[in-house]
Ligand binder design. Structure first.
Ligand code: BGC
Length: 760
């Protein structure tokens, strides 16, 4: 028996060595072979990233990049663009460095590279992962054509506080929508295979809790309970990892006392061990050095040591890995296997991107248009159209003001954002060229020319001005018009995005005064808002006839707006964030945990409360309700929702936890309007009787339906383990016995509901 076993083992060994001899060495064996040849300095080099261009934060001194590349002491560069530029630096790595390991070029390709799409908050307003996927595919094609194979996107931080400037870079406040969007971006960037020449490695950032910065102030510490972290902030990261995201960026902020660049539990335990992430982690800009300011280390060497032990593989810009890691390994303060493992992770992604075999990109000789296809303008316009959210459309002379009809022969267009091309590109505009942007003014003037009408334009005021000098001209054009379109909002570059938190959520400068002056003329007013966050504009919401949240729609801003305002296409965008009435309500989001003393929302409270009560959870000077709720958006169609049908009145927690068939819930949605339209149908779930205090309701699904006038569609959702499990009192992710309410709804406030029970 033993002899037979030995013969068998010998044969297997022979067969496998035969195969090993004939097959190409696996990536793992290539990596191991490289590791055995690398000096300590060359290993560290793979973990070093510097910026070769403009900086996004405090840079840490000048570095002789070319020399360092030749010595194999840089693994990655950010902020290099252009095929000639990336090729030139790559050539140094591939011809002059000893081991010829290619550089990896990274960039913030956030909502397009040359073709600029709406900012991510606008992309999320489409509620359409397919569109997001297509847009990020285009971004990947354009950026990779210039040698960039890594984008620091998607930002999957949940943002529940509109004061935080970076809300604009993500998918808003909801973890479910955040997961869907995270997956769509990752798949779009990475394409069918990372090795394709037009794929970008995605980077889910910033792990974790960055959006929970206290007071909405950027870079501030966050304190988030383990349950809220698991339930709200981590799911989009997990979805990105499950979709194959090649990299993750650790955040700047301390979370529950531990700075993100030193958070071993987050990076090594949760990300790698629990979720099985096999890519690499890059620090945020200079964040390893910031461990000193954050007070968890006293010297830069210890900062480097803490970061690598916590699982940060690559050091973006601080230079501390370059300065200290090799010495720390030599002195035994960092075990060499820890360094080797980080190097393996980086090399694995370089191999996956096929950079060793294909390090260069073709250089286009002519000074031709850098963008690939004109059809990309069309996609940019479609995504922009779908991202616009119609917040208000009141009747004027017996009919809703929008769409604009032939009656409006003369239109006045006023406001500082009506013709501001650069602002339309939003924050992180990639290589987007303001000269290719079609503004609202240019698209509208073309439209008016075609229809034989007249456009009168006056800027009126600047975004952040105290001077009323321009008001007179704007008043004049308003008086001579049939309809006034006012384009107001924030400066994309200085008031939204990184380091642009605001303590006030009103219109900057004298824009509110300008708005009131224009409305006083008495003409019907359409207010278009270009903002990177929801603003608290209660006066506007009750005084203008129509109001559109446009975010920053990208290079096709003008055509997208004109086509929707005139009704060539219908509005279908819905809010991915709650719009507050007042800044004092922040953080304001639709899914807070249930309070024992709810105010005013009798339908959700138990037992129902009298809304006039004093000792309830509310402000004495502002209602709890938002100005516009999460999930809300109007259309030129009117969608009616039927009562909900539930496939079963009960199910058992035990069975659901074992993967039993989900309960099916459905409702019929009918387009009662006169125009075809798209409706985002939203599924919310609320539970009572659970071991922990859960949110009143949570988004658990959505579907976009397209309906002709008069048409109906039955929309069905599954409610099973995935929708019902939560982090319970023992911090186990399980379904518990509960009383469940489901809503199939047009937004997070309205819509029919139905109940079922989950027994033991
Ligand atoms: C930002 C990151 C960005 C990085 C590189 C940092 O300041 O926080 O989101 O990817 O800069 O530009």
């Amino acid at each position: 028996m033993q002899r037979a076993f030995r013969i068998c083992a010998l044969v297997m060994l022979l067969v496998s060595s035969l195969f090993a001899g004939s097959a190409r060495p696996s990536v793992d064996s290539k990596i191991e072979a490289l590791l055995t040849q690398m000096t300590l300095e060359e290993k560290v080099g793979q973990l070093v990233q510097y910026s070769a261009g403009e900086a996004t934060g405090p840079a840490s001194g000048s570095v002789r990049l070319r020399d360092l590349i030749a010595r194999g002491q840089i693994g990655s560069l950010l902020n290099v663009t252009g095929a000639a530029e990336t090729n030139a630096l790559q050539r140094i790595a591939m011809t002059r460095s000893r081991l010829k390991i290619p550089l990896l070029f990274g960039l913030d390709v956030i909502h397009g590279y040359h073709t600029i799409f709406p900012v991510p908050l606008g992309m999320a307003s489409t509620w359409d992962p397919q569109l997001v996927n297509q847009a990020s595919r285009v971004a990947a094609q354009e950026a990779s054509a210039e040698g960039i194979r890594w984008t620091f996107s998607p930002m999957v931080d949940i943002a529940r506080d509109a004061r935080w400037g970076r809300m604009v870079e993500g998918a808003g406040e909801d973890p479910y929508l955040g997961q869907i969007m995270a997956a769509a971006y990752v798949r779009g960037y990475q394409g069918s295979r990372l090795s394709n020449h037009d794929s970008l490695a995605a980077c889910a950032k910033h792990m974790a809790g960055y959006g929970a910065a206290e007071g909405g102030r950027d870079y501030n510490a966050a304190d988030v309970s383990e349950r809220t972290l698991r339930q709200i902030y981590l799911p989009p990261f997990h979805a990105a990892v499950d979709s194959g995201a090649a990299t993750v960026m650790s955040a700047f902020n301390p979370l529950n006392g531990v700075p993100a660049s030193a958070n071993a539990r987050m990076l090594n335990e949760i990300l790698r061990h629990e979720w099985g992430f096999r890519g690499f982690v890059v620090s945020d800009w200079d964040a390893i050095a910031e461990l000193m300011a954050q007070g968890v280390v006293n010297d830069p060497a210890t900062a480097a040591r803490k970061a690598i032990l916590a699982g940060v593989d690559m050091d973006m810009q601080s230079g501390l890995y370059a300065r200290f890691l090799a010495g720390l390994v030599r002195s035994g303060k960092i075990p060499e296997p820890v360094l080797n493992e980080a190097v393996r992770r980086v090399l694995r992604i370089k191999f996956a991107l096929n950079l060793f075999a294909n390090p260069y990109v073709p250089e286009v000789k002519s000074a031709a248009q850098p963008r690939l296809e004109p059809s990309q303008d069309e996609l940019a316009r479609t995504v922009a159209e779908r991202s616009l959210v119609l917040l208000r459309n009141e009747e004027f002379h017996g009919a809703p003001l929008l769409p604009i009809t032939q009656v409006a022969r003369t239109i006045a267009l006023v406001g500082p954002l009506a013709d501001s091309a650069a602002d339309m590109l939003g924050s992180w505009p990639g290589k987007g060229d303001a000269a290719s942007v079609v503004t609202l003014k240019s698209a509208l003037s073309q439209r008016m020319q075609q229809s034989g009408g007249q456009l009168l334009y006056a800027k009126g005021t600047d975004i952040d001005s105290t001077s009323d000098d321009g008001f007179r001209e704007a008043l004049d054009v308003a008086q001579r018009s049939d309809l006034v379109i006012i384009a107001l909002g924030e400066s994309a570059a200085s008031m939204t995005g990184e380091a642009a938190s605001r303590a006030h959520l009103d219109l900057p400068g004298n824009q509110q005064k300008f708005l009131e002056t224009m409305v006083a003329v008495g003409k019907p007013v359409v207010l278009i808002l270009f903002t990177g966050r929801p603003l608290a504009l209660p006066w506007a919401a009750s005084h203008v006839s129509a109001m559109v949240e446009a975010w920053y729609p990208g290079m096709q801003a003008g055509p997208a707006l004109v086509r929707t305002l005139f009704g060539d296409v219908n509005f279908s965008g819905k809010l991915p964030v709650t719009v507050p009435r007042a800044v004092g309500q922040e953080p304001l989001y639709y899914n807070p945990p249930k309070t024992g003393r709810p105010a005013g929302d009798a339908d959700l409270s138990h037992p129902p409360r009298n809304s006039a009560e004093k000792y309830v959870s509310r402000y004495i000077d502002e209602p709890n309700s938002p100005l516009f709720p999460f999930g809300f958006g109007l259309s030129y169609s009117r969608f009616a929702y039927s009562a909900i049908q539930v496939s079963r009145s009960s199910s058992s927690a035990r069975a659901l936890n074992r993967g039993a068939t989900a309960i099916r819930v459905s409702a019929t949605v009918t387009n009662q309007g006169a125009r075809a339209g798209k409706e985002v149908v939203e599924l919310y779930v609320g539970q009572r009787g659970t071991s922990v205090n859960l949110p009143r309701k949570e988004l658990k699904g959505f579907k976009v339906v397209s309906l002709a006038p008069g048409a109906s569609q039955r929309v069905e959702f599954k409610v099973g383990r995935e929708e019902l499990a939560f982090w319970n009192i023992e911090m186990r992710h399980l379904v518990e016995p509960a009383q469940v309410t489901v809503w199939i709804a047009p937004d997070s406030v309205k819509g029919p509901s139905a109940q079922f029970t989950i027994t033991k």
